[in-house]
Design a protein around this ligand. Structure first.
Ligand SMILES: [Zn+2]
Length: 443
């Protein structure tokens, strides 16, 4: 018996997962993400797939599989019988879900409620982009006044089986650096396939991953992520919390922070730091949208407990007509501060300022600021260049730099424990640059 699996993305790169299970009467995808590494092999900021060629450029360059009965008719330019029965999304990171954007809307997309909430926030705060139309899309070419077409989104619950043809899919909560992450246990006539999604054993929700391992036991095939297969140890979220709370408390001037805001565990770490130091947490619009969508479900303080950071736009004079749409509504509804307000209260503020928003430092001109960088260290050439640029900004404004982070992915030893617990007959590595090492490690 050989469960029928094909890996169409994520084979020898971190992300871009697209796993196809083909049974006799059903075909299922597990994740359908963008492969950032494959994409950047050909494309960069000013070299992009051409919208005029719809999905053609993505297929030609190997970023979307060349298969029939899979894509939106407006993107392929012809009618096709849909040949797939569903896509199960493990979590709301783009390297796992972004290219759902291309799929025929007749294909149901299964995800957790929290994943949907995160994606709704991403949609509300972002611009229209052909690579980011996960929940709904507009037909190309976009006609004036055209309505959005909603996808068939179906919510699953951890531990609750879904039957799709001959397959029985059980999503199980795992711990990762975004809430609502799941792995999948798929039982079919050819045996049991387990798909890890992205996971870790060292986060605050480690017991979820342990439960997943228990429920996944006896797999014939384990499709296992191996992002950090080469690393032996993991720092804990508690370590990050200890660092961050201490640094924020000790600092007497403005505190600037940058982390992945979708990582709600990290957000809670920074919330703790702001509470314990009596600082007001000032956050930009995009981050505010996430808080708005997630606060109820994930027990984050509501948006009224934050202050929004209102950057210069258009006239640069903070006039009403400078802001539009949802962003404008947020500034009207919630307390919003310009750089002047921030600097008047610099000792009482913790400002979320990502590297991409660094030009705002030109307005802020802080005299005594600390920047806490809580993201992974640069792991490729492009990131090294960005890091150097980031340090140049900090140096220019005399800002102190500190770094503390823990990963969303299991280390080598954690991966070995996970594989041991699941005890599969065969392991297929995914989401790793070192598939061979992972296969050897878990043997
Ligand atoms: Zn992930």
């Amino acid at each position: 018996m050989k469960p029928p699996i094909t890996i169409y993305g994520g084979k020898k790169e971190i992300g871009g997962n697209k796993v196809l299970l083909e049974g006799r009467d059903a075909k299922l995808w597990l994740d359908f993400g963008v492969g950032y590494a494959s994409r950047s092999k050909y494309f960069e900021e000013f070299v992009n797939p051409r919208p005029a060629n719809r999905i053609g450029d993505f297929i030609e360059m190997g970023l979307a599989p060349n298969l029939k009965g899979l894509y939106r008719e407006d993107l392929i330019g012809r009618r096709e019988e849909v040949e797939y029965d569903g896509v199960f999304i493990s979590h709301a990171h783009m390297d796992h879900c972004a290219y759902v954007s291309f799929l025929n809307p007749e294909i149901p997309v299964y995800m957790s409620e929290v994943t949907k909430l995160v994606l709704e926030a991403v949609k509300e705060a972002g611009k229209r982009d052909i690579e980011l139309e996960i929940l709904a899309f507009k037909e190309r070419p976009i006609k004036k006044g055209a309505e959005e077409i909603e996808r068939d989104i179906r919510i699953f619950k951890s531990g609750k089986r879904k039957r799709i043809g001959e397959f029985e899919v059980t999503p199980v909560n795992v711990d990762h650096s975004v809430p609502g992450a799941h792995g999948f246990v798929v039982d079919g006539p050819e045996g049991r396939v387990v798909y890890s999604g992205d996971l870790r054993m060292h986060g605050r929700g480690r017991e979820k991953t342990e439960e997943f391992v228990e429920k996944a036991e006896g797999a014939d095939v384990l499709v296992l992520e191996g992002t950090r297969v080469e690393e032996k140890r993991s720092r804990l979220e508690e370590d990050v919390e200890r660092d961050v709370v201490k640094w924020v408390k000790e600092h007497s001037g403005l505190v600037l922070v940058d982390f992945n805001f979708k990582d709600v565990d990290r957000l809670k770490t920074f919330l703790k730091a702001s509470e314990e130091s009596d600082r007001i947490f000032v956050i930009p619009f995009k981050e505010a949208v996430l808080v708005k969508h997630l606060s109820k479900k994930l027990k984050i303080p509501s948006l009224d407990n934050f202050v929004l950071f209102k950057p210069k736009r258009r006239s640069g004079m903070f006039e009403e007509r400078d802001y539009r749409g949802v962003e404008k509504e947020y500034y009207e509804k919630y307390e919003s501060w310009t750089y002047k307000d921030v600097m008047e209260n610099e000792k009482k503020v913790m400002l979320f300022l990502s590297y991409y928003a660094f030009p705002n430092l030109i307005d802020l001109k802080p005299k005594n600021a600390l920047f806490i960088h809580s993201l992974s260290e640069a792991f490729n050439e492009e990131m090294e260049i960005s890091k150097r640029r980031m340090m140049n900004w900090l140096k220019h404004f005399g800002i102190e730099y500190r770094h503390s982070h823990c990963s969303g992915h299991a280390s080598g030893s954690e991966l070995r424990d996970i594989a041991k617990g699941i005890n599969p007959k065969r392991v297929i590595p995914i989401h790793t640059e070192h598939p061979r090492k992972l296969t050897r490690l878990v043997k």
